[in-house]
Design a protein around this ligand. Structure first.
Ligand SMILES: *Cc1c(COP(=O)(O)O)cnc(C)c1O
Length: 452
């Protein structure tokens, strides 16, 4: 006991640690307040360990080391800007779509000043949070109405909870997908109280499979875009119009989870044709849902577009309030959608600017990089990512760096400020200019220079 008290007494005070010269350096980097907090945390940890008779190195240098690692961990856990040199355009781990400049400005403006989110400036009365976004979505997609929720996963939960609770939802076995992060269609169904009825086989589902499965308990036919994987070979799915016709005949709802939801035809860039929102609306689906931050190129959101009758049922459901989005999301989404309405999406929306960037332009950039930091240029492929267009690739030019230890090189790039994320293939570190913003080039080159 005495021994423990002696140990406790020997622990330095906060002030004495603050007075040490290594602490000055930490204060210069992290600021005094965070350093004081870290000292307190470290001393409290040591005190607890002594009281619990656990082994603890309470000498000053060990304490200072502990303090520094608390600060480093803390900094790591904050959201940092990174340079994406992977060539994956919609990179879910790196925050998916980047916002256009006017979407960024709209977010800033909405954050700074009060706004007309729920205020009708003509009448001076309470207005609808949705009106402006719905107007543009109607124009762009041909839908009768639209609703915006937190993300596409919540769009599906709302649709199933509001329209299929304790009823049957018919879905092809080939579409019972896991989107990622444990988000599985069958689990979503269970959570929302809908009963899943699987039809067809993994590779082939015909319209007669759907027709044969319909009972009085059926509420909807759900189609789910198989986003992140691709079936090739002996495969068959009914045409969109066959699904909507069958649903119409039997008085059921036809719902299309498009996942990415493109407004622009990807085929013009040599990619496969990603189903567009307009096509599904034109095929007669009651509701079509898709993400805001995949191919749309906007903020995280789930957008539900379609017929007024089904949408008004969704809007009345209590979950709609729980899943609603904030003003910053509306600001960014409206600004993004405006680019499509003005026909400038390819130039203004980063996702589309990266998709449509020419190979020549990318190659010139890669060659300029090689001229400055060494390495050489090789041909390769960029991918769209974000669960859209699986297996589809855009031809690109890459800066390839040779290294004794490619993994060590990659790690050094991640430790740069800002961190650079790249990839390795055939024992070389590869950097794809397609996803690197022009304003980031100087930092990227400085990071490479300091490593080689
Ligand atoms: C990505 C995706 C989702 C989930 O969308 P989030 O916006 O990430 O919630 C749902 N369904 C499909 C088919 C998807 O591709």
């Amino acid at each position: 006991m005495n021994d423990r008290q002696a140990q406790l007494r020997r622990l330095p005070s906060v002030d004495s640690l603050l007075a040490r010269s290594p602490t000055d350096e930490l204060i210069a980097v992290y600021g005094r307040e965070l350093v004081v907090q870290a000292i307190r945390t470290q001393l409290e940890g040591a005190r607890q360990a002594i009281l619990a008779a656990a082994p603890v190195d309470a000498c000053e240098s060990a304490l200072l080391q502990g303090i520094e690692s608390i600060l480093r961990r803390r900094q790591k856990s904050t959201l940092r800007s990174v340079i994406n040199a992977t060539g994956v355009i919609i990179h879910t781990n790196l925050g998916r779509a980047l916002l256009s400049e006017s979407a960024q400005a709209a977010v800033g403006a909405a954050a700074r000043a009060y706004n007309s989110l729920e205020f009708d400036l003509d009448t001076g009365k309470r207005g609808s949070r949705l009106a402006q976004a719905s107007d543009i979505l109607r124009d762009l997609t041909g839908a009768e109405d639209a609703l915006v929720v937190n993300n596409n996963a919540s769009a599906l939960i709302l649709i199933l909870s509001a329209l299929a609770k304790e009823r049957e939802v018919i879905i092809s076995r080939g579409q019972l997908v896991e989107i990622g992060g444990g988000f599985r269609i069958p689990a979503i169904m269970r959570e929302s109280g809908a009963r899943l009825v699987e039809v067809g086989t993994t590779n082939r589902t015909r319209i007669s499979d759907y027709a044969d499965a319909l009972t009085d308990a059926a509420a909807m036919i759900l189609r789910v875009h198989s986003s992140n994987f691709k079936q090739v070979g002996f495969v068959e799915q009914p045409a969109l119009s066959e699904l909507t016709a069958l649903a119409g005949e039997r008085g059921l709802l036809a719902i299309d989870d498009l996942g990415s939801g493109a407004l622009i035809d990807t085929a013009q860039f040599g990619l496969e044709h990603e189903p567009t929102i307009q096509e599904s609306i034109a095929a007669g689906f009651d509701l079509v849902c898709f993400s805001g931050d995949k191919l749309l190129g906007g903020p995280q959101a789930g957008i539900i577009a379609g017929k007024s009758a089904a949408l008004s049922r969704l809007k009345r459901h209590p979950l709609a309030r729980a899943l609603r989005v904030d003003k910053l999301t509306y600001a960014a989404l409206i600004a993004t959608l405006e680019h499509y309405r003005r026909g400038e999406a390819l130039d203004e929306i980063p996702v589309w600017r990266m998709i449509s960037r020419s190979l020549d332009d990318i190659r010139r950039t890669a060659e300029r990089w090689a001229g400055q930091v060494g390495g050489f240029v090789v041909s390769g492929e960029s991918t769209v990512g974000g669960g859209s267009l699986p297996g589809a690739a855009l031809p690109t030019a890459l800066l390839a760096m040779e290294s004794e230890s490619p993994n060590g090189f990659l790690e050094a790039l991640r430790r740069a400020d800002p961190p650079v994320i790249a990839r390795i293939a055939e024992n070389r570190v590869l950097l794809d200019p397609r996803t690197v913003l022009p304003v980031q080039e100087a930092d990227l080159l400085a990071a490479l220079q300091s490593i080689v």
